[in-house]
Design a protein around this ligand. Structure first.
Ligand SMILES: Cc1cc2nc3c(=O)[nH]c(=O)nc-3n(C[C@H](O)[C@H](O)[C@H](O)COP(=O)(O)OP(=O)(O)OC[C@H]3O[C@@H](n4cnc5c(N)ncnc54)[C@H](O)[C@@H]3O)c2cc1C
Length: 460
């Protein structure tokens, strides 16, 4: 089997890193420190040819294959024990065409790489809320964040993708070529191949008005109710998610409140500055705002504002659903478990997925839950592995309490944990069967299975 690795090293321009290499421990590390896996080799690819060589090696040797974009997957899908890892982090180049307002983005870029390249042109691609997240995994699962209500999911802005397939060929998928593959890539996760280049439609986004508003925990039910009612019809340039937040030591937090649990609304207004008062007034009326950091800022500053709260190397365990109606009973359950938020980095985020995201039909892309209004995620994040048992239990108990109120079995594929594999069909929702057929034609042997896996139709 070592022969496989040696032959691979001869073929590629990037680096093949094995256990014999002093950089091995560094190269095998992924974002969620719970996953301490030992691949046979990590291949840091530099171009499509490298990727094609690794896919061929995996196919011929039978070694398992993991694809790593930004490495953020909570279930650790960017690595695998005793297999091959395609590490795309060196393929993070971003090229902007400001006239056409499109960006060509390498398969291993992060959201921060995209922001860095697009902001000087007054443009942005809709992404998420943390700049270190990989474009690859985020996009293929859907991609929700600050600009979802105004510009749709990240996939709604995908124009084409270059994909290395299981048979080793690279093809371009778009509305005009490999249309079925293009459909499946937009929500079907990393099931169909290795995306070496994404082409995104960009939007006019320069300086936004955004940041967090902090409210007393005791006002959480009122804030959640007000938020639920307002966000249903709020102007679409407003991105705004609810969360729990133990107050960190920051200049705008009164010193005697550091460490207290608050609820927050994190905002991003990408509309006219003349409307700020009208748009933000209702948020301030839900309850008294106790602290805030809402200001005009470059979009990249907002998308990286919370990076420091979730550095690499922490323990992660998450659970998620989609929700049509946020009922008062659900709010009661949120408040009950929100009060037990165990760590400054842990939270429940309630993301709105209405507005522009709902103007795309459920069968137009593989993202099947277009009728849902919210994507809640209970994100257990903490630093000490000694706390794993208690904090995983908090996430499970919280999820068990809110799930009966969700009105849906499915959740966002990108917010799942490693014990959520059984939910794959529900997560892909109405599109699962069609995805399974497309999977059978592009990856009949399920080479790309280290993901929220879609079984090829011929294997069901
Ligand atoms: C701190 C944090 C914040 C987050 N915030 C958001 C958010 O705001 N919005 C949101 O939508 N999601 C968010 N997520 C979830 C995120 O979308 C997923 O974790 C996603 O999988 C990350 O992609 P990645 O490339 O970094 O991960 P990786 O671990 O590298 O990959 C994840 C999956 O995608 C596949 N993959 C990655 N790149 C490629 C590629 N180029 N070609 C083919 N397959 C590929 C991998 O095989 C794997 O199955 C967040 C996650 C974290 C940990």
């Amino acid at each position: 089997m070592n022969n496989v690795i040696e032959k691979l090293a001869e073929k590629i321009r990037g680096r093949v890193i094995t256990a014999a290499d002093p950089d091995y421990d560094n190269a095998r590390r992924v974002y969620n420190a719970m996953h301490d896996r030992k691949p046979r080799a990590i291949v840091q690819c530099t171009d499509s040819a490298d990727v094609m060589a690794v896919v061929a090696a995996a196919r011929e040797s039978g070694l398992e294959l993991a694809i790593r974009g930004g490495g953020h997957s909570v279930p650790g899908f960017g690595t695998v024990d005793d297999g091959l890892v395609i590490d795309l982090s060196r393929m993070n180049n971003v090229q902007v065409d400001p006239i056409k307002k499109v960006a060509h983005v390498g398969g291993g870029a992060t959201l921060g790489d995209v922001d860095h390249a697009t902001y000087p042109f007054g443009l942005a691609a809709p992404g998420g809320i943390i700049s270190t997240t990989g474009v690859g995994g985020l996009t293929l699962g859907g991609g929700l964040g600050y600009l979802t209500r105004s510009c749709g999911f990240t996939i709604d802005n995908l124009l084409s993708a270059d994909v290395v397939l299981a048979d080793g060929r690279q093809v371009t998928a778009s509305d005009y070529q490999h249309e079925d593959l293009f459909w499946a890539l937009r929500g079907g996760g990393g099931n169909f191949g290795v995306v070496t280049r994404f082409e995104f439609q960009l939007h006019d986004v320069g300086d936004v008005v955004g940041g967090p508003l902090f409210y007393e925990f005791d006002d959480a039910a009122a804030v959640l109710q007000g938020y639920r009612d307002y966000i249903a019809n709020a102007p679409e340039p407003l991105g705004c998610f609810f969360g729990w937040q133990i107050a960190p030591e920051l200049p705008f937090i009164p010193g005697d409140r550091v460490g207290d649990l608050f609820c927050v609304l994190v905002t991003c207004w990408n509309g006219s500055h003349d409307e700020i008062e009208r748009v933000f007034r209702p948020l301030r009326d839900f309850a008294e705002v106790k602290a805030e950091m809402v200001d005009v800022m470059p979009f990249p500053a907002l998308q990286s504002a919370f990076d420091g709260m979730v550095p690499e190397g922490m323990q992660h365990y998450w659970k998620a659903d989609f929700v049509s109606e946020l009922t008062d009973a659900a709010i009661e359950a949120h408040v009950r478990y929100g009060e037990m938020t165990p760590h400054i980095s842990s939270s429940m985020h309630l993301h709105p997925i209405n507005g522009a995201a709902q103007r795309v039909g459920a069968d137009e892309t593989a993202f099947g839950h277009r009728d849902k209004n919210f994507a809640p995620v209970v994100a257990g994040i903490w630093s000490d592995p000694a706390d794993n048992k208690a904090n995983i239990q908090w996430v499970k108990d919280y999820y068990d309490a809110i799930h009966p109120h969700s009105g849906s079995d499915g959740g966002y594929v990108n917010f799942m944990s490693s014990d959520d594999d059984y939910r794959a069909a529900a997560n892909y929702g109405v599109n699962y069967e069609r995805l399974s057929v497309v999977k059978a034609s592009y990856d009949p042997d399920n080479i790309f299975h280290v993901n929220q896996n879609i079984a090829p139709a011929n294997r069901v």
